[in-house]
Ligand binder design. Structure first.
Ligand SMILES: [Zn+2]
Length: 213
């Protein structure tokens, strides 16, 4: 396992077994969810999810906990905390191969506190829906830009991928087409310094997004 820095490695490895939860620890890493947390010292199994490394400041990976539930549901396990889950779901084995298929960077969920004992699992968005929507959004933009690549190929362009991430995060919150068009225009100018498009063109893509998503 690679850590973001020596300090993180020290606190996760010192006197402990990887993946084991000890309520006396300071930092915990849940390999099955790819989540880092600050341990709550209440002798339970709770931790507060960390978004950034407290030492080096690097952004930590987005949690895969919602995807974990989705994948287990696919094999008929709806109460994974009460049922025996397959061995690969107790470690990072299940997501290591999935991650190669989908870039997950922009599917982060909001901050939350997880209590493993209580089986708390509210507030998750299905990552399958998000992936579907993100693929649809990419297709709309590719068409708009006369780009004939498929979504997977076009995500290799990091600048483009990040712009789509920005838009995918905003598109659910912005109902008004004109407002969405203004937002896309802002992203396009900021990320690509592209001032060649008319506002009508932004209205066109915003209308298409609102029609489909
Ligand atoms: Zn670090």
């Amino acid at each position: 396992m690679k850590y973001c820095c020596k300090n993180m490695e020290y606190f996760l490895r010192n006197n402990r077994k990887e993946g084991d939860f000890d309520s006396d620890d300071i930092i915990y890493y849940a390999p099955q969810y790819d989540e880092y947390g600050i341990v709550i010292h209440d002798s339970g199994k709770s931790y507060i999810k960390m978004i950034y490394c407290p030492w080096c400041g690097k952004k930590l990976p987005d949690s895969k906990k919602d995807l974990w539930f989705d994948e287990l549901e696919k094999i008929g396990l709806f109460n994974p905390f009460e049922e025996e889950v397959p061995e690969k779901f107790k470690s990072d084995a299940w997501w290591q191969h999935l991650i190669k298929k989908y870039p997950k960077k922009c599917f982060g969920v909001d901050e939350y506190i997880v209590d493993v004992d209580a089986g708390w699992k509210e507030g998750f968005v299905s990552s399958n829906d998000l992936e579907q929507d993100f693929e649809t959004l990419t297709n709309l933009f590719n068409k708009w830009l006369y780009n004939e690549k498929n979504p997977q190929e076009s995500w290799e362009n990091e600048l483009y991928y990040n712009a789509l991430c920005d838009i995918s995060k905003a598109m659910y919150k912005i109902d008004d087409v004109k407002e969405l068009a203004e937002y896309i225009q802002k992203i396009w100018i900021r990320r690509f310094n592209d001032k060649t498009k008319s506002f009508d063109e932004y209205i066109q893509i915003a209308t298409n997004i609102k029609k489909v998503l």
